[in-house]
Design a protein around this ligand. Structure first.
Ligand code: NDP
Length: 319
């Protein structure tokens, strides 16, 4: 019998999860629950206020809400009634979120898989695996090339900026230093270039460039590139939400050194985050079916539970 899934929240991530579920051999999508009544989709849409009445029709609920305010305010209530999977990405608050979801999921006999996606998520797994291999090690995480939503918003708030996007790009010399085990001095500021693509009137270019490179917190202290382009160029070249990055761990093993690297290159951050979230939904369902309850992080879930294929097939194919 296929896994009956549903989505709460229909933004970039919700659309990615909807699309990913269509390609799963063992899942069906019961519906999307939203605070809005009109969504541009063929999937049935229901008011999120009514969600509890669908409890016996849904095996796994994908929480595709925002991390800033939605997840802290709402996730635990969903976990009391449903087995959930989220992509909560506020790293400093993940331990507290885990504890809250553990209590809520356990009280409803459900599973709550927290903080899936790629960072947190697959990057977290790789940080733990790689750091476990060395008595002493140097570990660096690089992000990008990717769109920074916060920095793009900051550019758009500058007077005269009509359209803007900011890509965070890791510096090749910083990545090389990390690969050689010399990443101790690599900081966020020295490791990343901030590349800005702006549409604005030509008479404003000098002032806008000046405001960008002197903007505290966002741009001061970074290597910054500012490029002015036309509306057509912006529409042609800067519509996606690419992202990616590297986790690089280097350490000594007695007489030798080893470097472990995990890299991602993503055309679409939300599509990939959705793919990871959907796979962890399969694991969540299997954990629930095995009689377990409570919160699980990606560190606690055996990889074979993510795959649609049975373990015997994976042993022959992948091990
Ligand atoms: P969005 O801003 O696109 O969507 C968030 C919520 O806002 C939706 O659930 C939706 O709720 C509401 N919403 C979306 N579009 C509109 C609209 N046009 N008008 C009104 N409300 C709208 O966020 P994303 O989907 O891009 O990202 C969700 C979260 O995913 C992020 O907060 C981030 O923390 C996390 N994330 C995690 C990653 C990881 O690796 N762990 C990587 C990338 C993202 P509703 O339908 O109820 O209105």
């Amino acid at each position: 019998m296929s896994i009956r899934t549903a989505i709460v929240g229909y933004g970039n991530l919700g659309r990615g999860v909807e699309n990913s579920i269509r390609h799963q051999p063992d899942m069906e999508l019961v519906g999307i629950f939203s605070r809005r009544t009109e969504l541009d989709t063929d999937t049935p849409v229901y008011p999120v206020a009514d969600i509890d009445s669908y409890a016996d029709q849904i095996d796994v609920l994908y929480l595709c809400l925002g991390s800033a305010t939605d997840i802290p305010a709402q996730a635990a209530a969903f976990a009391r009634t449903f087995t959930t999977v989220d992509t909560y990405d506020n790293h400093a608050k993940i331990p507290a979120h885990y504890m809250e979801m553990d209590e809520a999921a356990a009280s409803g006999d459900n599973i709550a898989v927290v903080a899936t996606g790629w960072d947190p998520g697959l990057f977290s797994l790789n940080r733990t695996i790689a750091s476990s291999l060395f008595p002493t090690y140097q570990q660096n995480t690089f992000w990008g090339k990717g769109v920074s939503q916060g920095h793009s918003d900051a550019l758009r708030r500058i007077d005269g900026v009509r359209r803007a996007v900011q890509y965070t790009i890791p510096r090749e010399d910083a990545i090389s230093a990390a690969r050689e085990g010399n990443g101790h001095d690599v900081t966020g500021h020295t490791a990343h270039l901030r590349q800005c693509w702006i549409v604005a009137d030509e008479s404003e270019h000098d002032r806008i460039r000046d405001e960008i490179i002197t903007m505290p917190d966002y741009f001061v202290g970074y290597e910054v590139e500012v490029h002015f382009i036309t509306d057509d160029e912006f529409a042609r070249d800067h519509q996606g939400l690419p992202h990616g990055g590297h986790v690089i761990t280097s350490g000594e093993l007695g007489e030798s050194r080893a470097t472990v690297e995990f890299s991602l290159t993503l055309d679409s951050n939300p599509d990939f985050t959705a793919a990871v979230q959907v796979a962890y939904g399969r694991a969540a369902h299997r954990l629930r079916e095995s009689g377990l309850s409570g919160a699980f992080s990606v560190l606690e879930i055996p990889p074979y539970l993510l795959a649609p294929e049975p373990l015997e097939e994976l042993l022959a194919r992948d091990v």
